[in-house]
Ligand binder design. Structure first.
Ligand SMILES: [Ca+2]
Ligand SMILES: [Ca+2]
Ligand SMILES: [Ca+2]
Length: 184
């Protein structure tokens, strides 16, 4: 059973990935995100970073969303997602699952590091949510919490830890809880 905190986080994550707000996460949502970020950063369709992000998204779909898509109609409902997360939480301490999600986070880092500097800036963090079609007035405040060592950037190590906290922590004090925005 998911706790209230976990549920609130996963609803948040779901809504952020449902770029077109139709109540389902689909590959179309990722395509739309990619289009939005390209527009925001003025990338050509064959821009190297865009090609990389699209390839990562294809993997994320396969690894993370497709297994939740019970009836295999290509769309994941909130209910499907929460059921999947419940199962993942149950296994979150298995060494194999830990290793897999670490690898997953390392790859995902690149979908925030738009300029390829090896770090995520507050600006990139804001751009991500802007491309995801959500309001961004909270991002600077949250970024400060996420920047654990306070150097103004999110490093890969910080990102991996934050993501791990987001997906499995049940401690209300974990900064990673805030990764996909303030939890109502
Ligand atoms: Ca959608
Ligand atoms: Ca960067
Ligand atoms: Ca930092």
């Amino acid at each position: 059973m998911l706790t209230e905190l976990q549920r609130a986080k996963f609803v948040k994550h779901f809504n952020i990935r449902d770029t077109d707000d139709d109540g389902y996460v689909t590959q179309e949502d990722y395509r739309k995100f990619s289009e939005n970020i390209a527009k925001l950063l003025e990338w050509d369709p064959d821009h190297q970073k865009r090609v990389q992000i699209d390839a990562i998204h294809a993997g994320v779909w396969q690894f993370f969303w497709e297994p939740a898509d019970h009836d295999q109609d290509g769309r994941v409902s909130l209910e499907d997602h929460l059921a999947m997360m419940d199962m993942m939480i149950e296994h979150s301490k298995d060494p194999q699952v830990l290793e897999q999600s670490r690898k997953h986070s390392e790859v995902l880092f690149n979908t925030f590091d738009f300029n390829g500097s090896g770090e995520i800036s507050a600006k990139e963090y804001r751009q991500f949510f802007s491309a995801a079609g959500v309001t961004t007035e909270w991002t600077d405040m949250v970024f400060e919490k996420l920047d654990i060592n306070g150097n103004g950037k999110i490093s890969l190590d910080e990102f991996v830890l934050l993501h791990q906290q987001f997906f499995s922590s049940n401690d209300p004090e974990s900064p990673g809880n805030w990764f996909y925005g303030p939890i109502a």
